[in-house]
Write a protein that binds this ligand. Structure first.
Ligand SMILES: Cc1ncc(COP(=O)(O)O)c(C=O)c1O
Length: 400
């Protein structure tokens, strides 16, 4: 029998699966994990997740759900209790006024983004995507058959995206504009005025805006903002949120979207034919997170600011590194361009690969985020771990 190789198999797979690549961030996590299994002490700046444990009252709610046998299927888009909690939290924190029918719970924010894009983007549609972008946007758009129109943010302006920059890229084929503020990987935050301006002109021209607000609680400026506050323009707006980063719940997989009811219904239809509901137990935990005390969010945010200041100071002290000041999320996005061309290293991927293999520091190369001269450093870890990693990075760059 002829053995099935990747090449023979690829011929049989669909065009749509062959259009996309595996997530670059998950690839790094896997490689670092392999080294760890060999007993190697890896400093992990790769993972895009909080280092905090999930708060106790959230864990307790999940345990109570199991004990109370809340373990059956639920409504596909989440229980009424959860959808009401999502709407309530958003209204209190961001002055939005969504109804239950305009909310859907999904298996993580990524799932909500995937479903929203499959529902809104058709073959040949253009999607405006600021660069650097979170790894999955481009592939999800491609999977739907759309074309990403990339908007290069200016590093000298801290990668901040403005309404004017987006406006210039609009064509008759523009179907969707993706905003992600605070941004993964740059940590850039758009001003509320710019976000409002994008939503306003998109609304006027019948273009959809998807605002990925997974890091909305980790905004370190004094202007925390969601486009949900722009109530009168929400006809063409999809907000994506997640409990992953806000409540240190990455493994639980609970995200949501707030959107006009017909979009939510279409997303539910897609969800009904794929995952069905997010885990029932997790939904109970999510209600506890959203309705319970929010002090944990404030405390984690304060800690991230301390870590941000520490890592940026450390990175900027390393010869050959330039680094913008992130205003949100928990990533630094240092420019390592000065080291390219040295010791046979020609790309950020090669640099990150050698940094991992030689100094055992995991980072994510910029190519996955659409830029060539950067690596992403996640600072969701302890100060001691940051110092260990920074020292290794300093040594590695000096050796080139
Ligand atoms: C910008 C952005 N959006 C969405 C997600 C999805 O997160 P989750 O699926 O865990 O909710 C992530 C996760 O890293 C992210 O960085």
């Amino acid at each position: 029998m002829t053995p099935v190789t990747e090449t023979t198999l690829a011929l049989k797979l669909t065009d749509r699966i062959n259009r996309i690549e595996p997530s670059a961030t998950l690839a790094v996590v896997n490689e670092a994990e392999k080294l760890r299994q060999q007993g190697i002490d890896v400093v992990d700046f790769g993972a895009g997740e909080p280092h905090f444990a999930t708060p106790q009252h959230i864990k307790d709610a999940a345990i109570a759900a199991i004990q109370g046998n809340f373990t059956k299927y639920t409504a596909v888009g989440g229980t009424a209790e959860l959808r009401d909690a999502i709407v309530h939290r958003h209204a209190v924190d961001f002055d939005s006024d969504y109804r239950r029918e305009e909310a859907i719970a999904s298996v993580g924010g990524k799932h909500a983004i995937f479903n929203a894009i499959q529902v809104l983007v058709d073959h040949g549609d253009e999607v405006i995507l600021p660069v650097p972008y979170w790894v999955s946007f481009k592939d999800i758009v491609r999977y739907a058959g759309g074309d990403s129109v990339l908007l290069e943010a200016d590093e000298d302006q801290g990668f901040r995206v403005t309404a004017k920059m987006i406006d210039r890229l609009v064509t008759p084929r523009t179907k969707l504009i993706i905003l992600n503020s605070p941004c993964n990987p740059s940590g850039a935050v758009m001003s509320p005025d710019d976000m409002a301006e994008v939503v306003r002109f998109a609304h006027e021209r019948g273009i959809w805006v998807m605002s990925d607000e997974c890091y909305v609680y980790l905004n370190y400026t004094d202007k925390r903002f969601s486009v949900g506050a722009l109530r009168e323009s929400r006809e063409r707006m999809v907000i994506v949120g997640s409990l992953s980063k806000t409540y240190a719940m990455t493994g639980w997989r609970l995200g949501y979207a707030l959107a006009p009811a017909p979009v939510v219904t279409a997303m539910q239809k897609l969800q009904s034919q794929s995952t069905s509901n997010p885990t029932s137990i997790v939904q109970k935990a999510a209600v506890a997170a959203l309705r319970g005390p929010q002090q944990c969010v404030t405390e984690m945010r304060a800690e991230y600011i301390t870590l941000r200041d520490h890592v940026i100071k450390g990175l900027r002290s390393i010869p050959g590194i330039k680094c913008t000041m992130p205003e949100g999320a928990f990533y630094a996005y240092p420019n390592i361009g000065a080291s390219l061309g040295r010791s046979g290293i020609s790309s950020a991927s090669e640099l990150a690969g050698r940094l991992l293999r030689e100094e055992h520091v995991a980072t994510v190369p910029g190519e996955g985020f659409g830029t060539r001269d950067h690596i992403r450093v996640s600072y969701a870890t302890s100060v001691a771990e940051l110092d260990r990693g920074l020292e290794r990075l300093r040594k590695f760059l000096a050796s080139l």
